[in-house]
Write a protein that binds this ligand. Structure first.
Ligand SMILES: Nc1ncnc2c1ncn2[C@@H]1O[C@H](COP(=O)(O)OP(=O)(O)O)[C@@H](O)[C@H]1O
Ligand SMILES: [Mg+2]
Length: 387
């Protein structure tokens, strides 16, 4: 049965099975693309589906696209009826009609976060691939979730082992289906460990350049709904100097730069910092040194990197912490489990928990001298990709 949303006007009748064929109803559309009140009549009504004639506006047929939310209003013997619905199918030809169904409901595992604070977006990146980004994304997300944060991970790395493989999830849909309009963002999300929410990126993030204004407006609304349930949004960016990686970093509120002690990984991290330096002062960039022998090795590397990036690139790097070299990281990946449940007492798990606390302590939000920019991540991505 269609559920009434918080924002629907109060009404006595919320079940459209009471509607009779032939009865007039109106559809009130208030999407960025279709605004207006259109007249149509009931063809068939059941508890959760309503088929109506093609809506008309001043004698003309209105082609309301599939996916558009509408408010169905009409008069019934039991009182006025108002139901929030969405267009789920459109038929042409002699059977010309619109099929309406319930609005997509947020999956049960999504819990609302405290309103007021904006969602904090964190890009996790590296100069070189294979340094442990994806493992860090997943395990840090779990650790932050255990600290009470509502965390969503966006898998934007098209290259190697994806978040869903590491976690043994088999998402059927991804962001590309949201962009094409086939799926609602609620349909695409999957539940990960410890309540972490995963948004499979697929080719969707790369398609942002090609969006027309309609698709873009829709995507922005879909993301706005996701953000209601998200304190921290973690973006696995992939590695290297490609435009898509730098754009993800620039669009996020802050960045974690991952390196290992390996000289190549360090040089490639500098190369990426150098590219970022061209865009002027950045949102905070924090360094995580992965696969170290001990804290001291990490501190040595961090001291040198902080110094060199400030001195030669003009980039203020901060040191967030380290993760020890620990074989359980690889074992957990092969078992397709997150490290914190597979080996909660391991060194690497302790390190990751420490990183999560440090990240919360460091706080979010732009530096006070940062230039104002759009609040929505999607909008920022679009303006970057559109450049
Ligand atoms: N702290 C660590 N200790 C031991 N091995 C690690 C550690 N972090 C990552 N690895 C290994 O590195 C490999 C690559 O990690 P991955 O997260 O896929 O890298 P990236 O996403 O940067 O390409 C993993 O298969 C894992 O076995
Ligand atoms: Mg990866």
């Amino acid at each position: 049965m269609p559920q009434q949303r918080d924002d629907a006007p109060p009404t006595a009748v919320t079940d459209w099975a009471v509607l009779q064929p032939g009865q007039p109803v109106t559809l009130r559309a208030d999407s960025p693309l279709h605004k207006g009140v259109y007249a149509c009549s009931v063809l068939e009504a059941s508890a959760d589906r309503l088929r109506v004639s093609m809506p008309m506006d001043q004698g003309k047929i209105v082609l309301v696209p599939v996916g558009t939310p509408v408010l169905v209003q009409g008069e019934t013997p039991h009182g006025p009826l108002a139901i929030q619905a969405r267009v789920i199918d459109r038929q042409g030809g002699s059977a010309r009609s619109l099929l309406l169904g319930p609005l997509p409901q947020p999956p049960r595992y999504l819990g609302r976060r405290q309103p007021g604070t904006p969602t904090r977006t964190i890009a996790i990146t590296s100069g070189k691939g294979g340094v442990g980004k994806t493992a860090l994304v997943v395990n840090l997300a779990v650790a932050l979730s255990e600290l009470g944060q509502r965390v969503c991970v966006i898998d934007g790395d098209l290259g190697t082992a994806n978040v869903d493989i590491i976690l043994n999830l088999a998402p059927r849909w991804n962001l590309a289906h949201v962009i094409s309009g086939e799926k609602d963002i609620y349909d695409v999300l999957v539940e990960g460990p410890a309540g972490v929410v995963i948004l499979p990126g697929g080719s969707g993030l790369q398609e942002l350049t090609a969006l027309d204004d309609r698709q873009f407006a829709k995507l922005r609304n879909q993301f706005a709904r996701l953000e209601r349930y998200t304190d921290i949004l973690i973006l696995d960016t992939g590695s290297g100097l490609s435009r898509s990686v730098t754009n993800f970093i620039l669009a996020a509120d802050e960045t974690l730069m991952v390196t290992t002690p390996e000289p190549h990984a360090i040089t490639d991290a500098y190369a990426l910092l150098k590219v970022l330096a061209q865009y002027g002062p950045q949102q905070p960039i924090r360094l995580v040194v992965n696969r170290v022998r001990d804290a001291r090795e990490a501190q040595d590397i961090a001291r040198k990197m902080l110094f060199a990036s400030q001195r030669f690139l003009g980039v203020e790097l901060a040191f967030l912490g380290h993760v020890s070299e620990d074989p359980v990281v690889g074992t957990a990946i092969r078992r397709q489990q997150d490290l914190l449940s597979w080996a909660p007492r391991s060194r690497a798990a302790e390190d990751i928990r420490r990183l999560a606390s440090a990240l919360l302590e460091a706080g979010g939000g732009p530096p006070p001298d940062a230039a104002p920019r759009p609040r929505s991540l999607v909008q920022r991505l679009r303006s970057l990709f559109g450049r």
